[in-house]
Design a protein around this ligand. Structure first.
Ligand code: MN
Length: 399
């Protein structure tokens, strides 16, 4: 593996090899581990707390919980190590405490336990690439605050990402708000360090230019990754304002030119709205980018479109970039470049869920702009998408 990022492979093999002992381990664990090590447990009472989950195991998410708990932690880590667990809303109310992403521990790059982190949530508070309505630099702080609403188990899949992988809030990558080129370098250095620790980054932007230095860090030195991009816009323009190379409308043109993104394994979904011209589409088409308009998504449906995307991506590494302007501004008005006629929030979450099993090396949610989001609805959708992404990033890789 060029990237060394295949947690699912390890998960699968360990899970399969340990299958016969899972029942025994689960039973012993249920009887031995104090209930306060669980984030949100079953109904009160001894039987409910200890034996209930075992009895319910075949039909509920508890089985998944133990399976992933058992296989995600190496033998040197105690099973009752709660360091990487989010603070439970049953222990400290979710409106209380210093906010970190999803109430995870803050583990900066110089932290002694940084080497144990598998998925790192990162804030990228930078919007110097924005060409119209600014404010995405304030996104990470707002997203961090609202992310304290996230609980530990997915509502539909019952997946428990914080037990499937060691997750942490790595803090913010610091921009230089007065210098675009310097910031691109600072970001790339930060993400190279993240990659060096074997951590897959899940980033909260920031505008879409933030994704370029992430791809520079993840995509150099070997075959570049593919990308699934949910977005109203292709972000493939050559330049703005007479030659400016670095805006939030140009990051993937640069990434393809620099060889840190494979255009033939890049799928853009949801494109719509007015445009300056067709120059971005022409570039994408001539380089083999798969561009799926919103109209096509609406006519074909999510299952069909995501099946095509998965075929294009295959089993090799893929980055996932979610521009919040992909969603209709009725649901996500707080963004720099809204475009009407997009999917609902429910449709968007279902599309992200269809990424399960892909070899995802990193992901982001960008373009949430709190100054245009007075009710917080856009940021709430943003953290919900972050959680969906975290779930598919911590599921086994298939194929
Ligand atoms: Mn974009």
């Amino acid at each position: 593996m060029a990237f060394g990022y295949r947690p699912g492979t390890k998960l699968n093999s360990v899970t399969l090899s340990c299958w016969k002992c899972i029942l025994n381990v689960s039973l012993l664990w249920a009887l031995a581990v104090p209930e306060d090590t669980a984030t949100e447990g079953p109904p009160a009472g001894f039987l409910g707390e200890r034996l209930g989950p075992v009895l319910l195991w075949p039909t509920t998410g508890w089985g998944l919980r133990w399976r992933t708990r058992h296989s995600a932690h190496d033998p040197d880590t105690p099973m009752d190590d709660t360091f990487f667990r989010p603070v439970s809303g049953l222990t400290l109310p979710r409106f209380a405490g210093v906010p970190s992403f999803m109430r995870l521990p803050h583990v900066p790059l110089d932290h002694p336990r940084i080497g144990e982190v598998e998925v790192g949530l990162i804030g990228a508070p930078w919007d110097a690439g924005t060409t119209n309505r600014p404010g995405a630099r304030h996104g990470p702080r707002q997203l961090r605050d609202l992310s304290t609403m996230i609980r530990s188990q997915h509502g539909q899949t019952r997946h428990r990402p914080f037990e499937a992988a060691r997750c942490a809030d790595l803090g913010d990558v610091g921009p230089n708000p007065a210098d675009i080129l310097d910031t691109l370098d600072r970001f790339a250095r930060f993400y190279r360090s993240v990659r060096g620790h074997g951590i897959r980054p899940l980033t909260a932007g920031g505008d879409h230019l933030c994704t370029l230095p992430i791809l520079r860090a993840l995509g150099d030195g070997g075959r570049p990754p593919g990308m699934i991009q949910f977005d109203s816009h292709s972000d493939l323009y050559r330049s703005y304002f007479g030659g400016s190379q670095y805006t939030h409308g140009t990051p993937f043109r640069r990434a393809i030119e620099e060889g840190v993104l494979d255009p033939r394994r890049t799928v853009q979904i949801g494109l719509r709205g007015t445009a300056y011209d067709a120059e971005d589409r022409d570039f994408g088409r001539s380089h083999g980018v798969t561009m799926i308009d919103m109209e096509a998504l609406a006519e074909r449906g999510g299952a069909d479109v995501m099946a095509e995307a998965r075929t294009v991506i295959g089993t090799d590494p893929v980055y996932v970039s979610f521009d919040i302007d992909f969603v209709d501004p009725a649901f996500a008005p707080g963004t720099g470049t809204p475009e009407v006629g997009g999917p609902t929030s429910a449709e968007a979450l279902r599309l992200v869920r269809r990424l399960a099993g892909l070899n995802i090396i990193g992901a982001d949610v960008v373009e949430v702009s709190p100054p245009f989001d007075p009710a917080g609805t856009t940021a709430w959708l943003g953290v919900s998408v972050l959680f969906e992404l975290l779930c598919v990033m911590t599921m086994p890789v298939s194929g």
